[in-house]
Design a binder for this molecule. Structure first.
Ligand SMILES: NC(=O)c1ccc[n+]([C@@H]2O[C@H](COP(=O)([O-])OP(=O)(O)OC[C@H]3O[C@@H](n4cnc5c(N)ncnc54)[C@H](OP(=O)(O)O)[C@@H]3O)[C@@H](O)[C@H]2O)c1
Length: 333
């Protein structure tokens, strides 16, 4: 069987790394990675790129700004997956133009993976900008007649679950946790490795052609309070709950003295945790990834939190060990 050729844009990024690993692990595809020139600023990505190369990827140095070379690169490609950065979403319009000109790409998956932008027309600034840009890219794809799939993956575990959704925390809090309102809106928490696998599965599946696919396994639908309760049961510690009101959160979003990026993230948190937008609309079974691919196992929230607990215990033991040994060193010196 001839393997198909997949081009990934953004392979060194946060979610792009997991999509690339999943693509390389699938023997059905040849993986091509669009990379920029290695510069002083990007040299730290070299080991990752070399590890991809060892796994069989072909690195292609190209720029979205160079239309002619992009068209020539795409001429030999079957599928394009983008995981481009949030602040570069509109750059994908250049990719859309080139894909349209080539005319042979079987599927394009633009950089999405969060909340469905078509359900975010009411969203508040500054987070609304991201959804507007993602909608703009969607409409350009559809108007160009490009075969596509949009993958909605909700809340990444590393960004949201690791800190129990406490803003700016990426490790479970030891004493106090921020709770948004009553913390009862349902959220979907997804482990990045699973998202990568579903993206690659959906890419060439006839059932997902020109559709939006939601990664919403029932085991991973939990409210923030449920996640906090699970963590407390696993860790054996009760956390102090600092309930934040909707009013307080809205004031943070509107506070122009705060950096734009922070207010942007606050507004996305607002829609997820105060409005409960993720579960505010029903979806069909045949649009849900774990129903489409029952053969794939999913890391459920309990398992992931338990891994985190073991890591946290290990970290505590290590810290304790090093603290004691450094004390001994001091005492001996
Ligand atoms: N659901 C969630 O919880 C969640 C969380 C975060 C992000 N997301 C979504 O996931 C998507 C990807 O975000 P991310 O945080 O994974 O991205 P990221 O870590 O910022 O990585 C972005 C990637 O895009 C590449 N890139 C940036 N500008 C480029 C350009 N002009 N041309 C080609 N490549 C370029 C970067 O490569 P270089 O560094 O080499 O330029 C990097 O590989 C976004 O749509 C975002 O909204 C969702």
């Amino acid at each position: 069987m001839d393997s198909s050729k997949v081009l990934i844009v953004g392979s060194t990024g946060y979610i792009g790394t997991w999509i690339t690993k999943a693509c390389l692990a699938s023997s059905r595809h040849q993986t091509f990675l669009l990379t920029g020139p290695t510069t002083h600023a990007s040299i730290h990505k070299l080991p990752l790129l070399l590890s991809y190369k060892q796994e069989g990827a072909t690195l292609v140095e190209a720029s979205l700004d160079d239309h002619e070379s992009l068209v020539s690169l795409l001429s030999g490609i079957d599928y394009v997956i983008s995981a481009i950065a949030e602040n570069q979403i509109e750059q994908q319009l250049k990719l859309v133009r080139a894909i349209k000109q080539v005319g042979t790409i079987k599927r394009f998956l633009p950089s999405e993976y969060g909340v469905d932008p078509d359900f975010m027309e009411h969203s508040i600034a500054p987070g609304s900008v991201l959804f507007e840009q993602k909608r703009k890219v969607r409409r350009a794809i559809e108007e160009s007649g490009i075969p596509h799939t949009y993958v909605i993956a909700h809340c990444f575990a590393g960004y949201f679950l690791s800190g129990l959704a406490s803003f700016g925390r990426f490790w479970p809090p030891a004493a106090k946790v921020q709770i948004y309102g009553d913390g009862n809106h349902k959220v979907v928490w997804m482990v990045e490795e699973d998202i990568g696998k579903y993206v690659v599965k959906a890419m060439d599946d006839v059932r997902t052609l020109n559709r939006t696919i939601y990664v919403r396994p029932p085991s991973n639908i939990k409210s923030q309070m449920e996640v906090v309760n699970l963590w407390e049961a696993l860790s054996g510690k009760t956390l102090q709950k600092e309930h934040i009101t909707e009013q307080q959160w809205l004031q943070n979003i509107q506070d122009e003295n705060l950096p734009w990026e922070l207010r942007h993230a606050f507004s996305i948190f607002y829609h997820i945790f105060f409005e409960g937008v993720i579960m505010s609309f029903p979806i069909n079974h045949d649009n849900e990834a774990s129903s489409l691919y029952p053969e794939e196992s999913v890391h459920n929230v309990n398992i992931w939190l338990n891994t985190l607990r073991l890591e946290a215990t290990l970290k505590m033991i290590k810290t304790d060990f090093f603290a004691k040994n450094s004390l001994r060193c001091h005492q001996n010196s």
